[in-house]
Design a protein around this ligand. Structure first.
Ligand code: IMP
Length: 423
């Protein structure tokens, strides 16, 4: 499986970190291709729980090269913090490689994100406040600063000074906050450059050479399909292409180099931040899912909104990403419920929708149509094969499979590596 893409099929937090970590053992490279430190991947190995925001999940494996690809945003301070943390755990970061084309998150992006959200008031997106939107906006406006600019002090200085001329006007005149000092930023980023310089490469070349050699390469998606800038629940999305197609652009590889596209679906649905969520349960069921599943944001600590599995979203994700396999995660969280619901279609204005509705205005108002199945009310966290699962649990899996028409490759029944059924 030389080129494999792994994508979240919901609003992020599907448990991609664990699945990436499982796959990464067989990988020569793990590549992140979009987003920045807004992502939060939790990987549990033995007694160690790693919470990674920037570094690809494969870093636990000393032979796996971990790449921060062309399409990513880099917050050097956060990345260095993560590297130092990993090294304190005796996990080497020698194999961490950063694309020279990745764009830098600058301190003013973070302030602009925060202030912009405040200004939106109740219409806010609920961003992670990591500067993602403003940094990608600068990239699209062609005034962004890239990792390669760090390598030439004069160019870097010129770009920071030019950028601050505009940003300081915005900060002071629109948001009424203090202007930023170019010298402070330059001093800070000079230190970051010293630490990161030896990790910067032409990553698209490395990845393509690897694929030519027959290396196994995993393209690790962050966020999820419904947070995609084009296809997600706009404007309540992130600012990058989170779908499988984004992996090619963001890593710099051609689509024919990809052999598999796997999706990760949580056995129920969660969302952080604002925006529509048809199966959200704001009562006891949602609270129980949050408590049992420990559904709090890895990046921001915010409680996640929770609800039943939504097969309309799954079908949408299968279509947008061309999925040929699925991982179902956190199935154990549903073990305590008497009955389990699956949303099979939506209803609105006398119409039913089997597929994702054509307009956001409809999606905001749809009502989920549920099928109810008996729960299994048994501890499944020790299951290692399908036959270990109670019949009601297997029926639930089969029903999701039937609704999505894509085979399951992995079923996860706990956070540990070995709490996994490989199919
Ligand atoms: P931003 O990416 O920080 O601009 O946030 C935009 C939206 O995406 C917000 O609703 C965030 O909560 C959501 N978001 C961003 N990253 C993640 C993630 O890794 N998991 C889940 N939601 C995310």
């Amino acid at each position: 499986m030389p080129g494999t893409i792994l994508i979240g099929t919901q609003w992020g937090d599907e448990g991609k970190g664990k699945i990436c970590d499982l796959l990464a053992g067989d990988m020569d490279m793990v590549v992140r291709f979009q987003g920045g430190d807004n992502a939060g991947h939790t990987v549990e190995v033995g007694n160690t729980t790693l919470k990674l925001h920037h570094i690809p999940s494969g870093i636990m494996y000393p032979k796996t090269i971990c790449i921060i690809g062309d399409g990513m945003l880099l917050n050097p301070e956060v990345l260095i913090g993560e590297m130092t943390y990993l090294e304190s755990l005796k996990i080497s970061t020698d194999n961490l490689i950063i694309s020279s084309n990745a764009h830098l998150i600058m301190p003013y992006h973070i302030i602009l994100d925060r202030e912009g959200e405040m200004r939106l008031g109740s219409a806010k997106i609920g961003t992670t406040k990591k500067g993602i939107g403003p940094a990608y906006a600068d990239k699209a406006k062609r005034i962004g600063i890239r990792v390669q600019d760090l390598l030439d002090e004069k160019i870097f200085e010129k770009k920071v000074v030019t950028s601050l001329e505009e940003k300081n006007e915005i900060l002071t005149k629109i948001y009424n906050v203090e202007p930023m000092e170019a010298n402070e930023i330059l001093t800070e980023y000079r230190e970051y450059t010293l630490r990161l310089k030896s990790h910067i490469r032409n990553t698209s070349l490395m990845i393509n050479e690897g694929l030519e050699r027959g290396d196994n390469i995993l393209f690790e998606g962050a966020q999820g399909t419904l947070l995609d800038l084009d296809h997600g629940t706009y404007p309540f999305v992130t600012s990058s292409s989170t779908v499988a197609g984004g992996a090619c652009g963001g890593a710099g590889v051609g689509p024919l180099k990809i052999d598999h596209v796997y999706g990760v679906a949580k056995a129920y649905v969660t969302r952080v931040g604002s925006g529509p969520f048809p199966t959200e349960d704001t009562g006891d069921i949602g609270d129980a899912m949050r408590d049992i599943g420990v559904e709090y944001g890895t990046t921001t600590g915010r409680p996640r909104r929770c609800g039943w599995f939504d097969a309309v979203l799954l079908r949408y994700a299968i279509r947008l990403n061309g999925l040929d396999g699925l991982a179902l995660t956190k199935l154990d969280v549903l073990s305590q419920f008497d009955t389990i619901k699956i949303c099979t279609q939506y209803r609105h204005g006398g119409e039913t929708y089997e597929e994702f509705p054509p307009h956001q205005s409809i999606f905001h108002k749809v009502e989920p149509v549920y099928e109810e199945m008996p729960g299994w009310k048994a501890d499944i966290s020790g299951a290692t094969k399908l036959e270990d699962l109670p019949k009601a649990c297997r029926d639930y899996i089969d029903r999701i499979k039937e609704l999505g028409k894509v085979p399951f490759k992995v079923i996860s029944v706990g956070s540990e590596r070995d709490q996994t059924i490989i199919l």
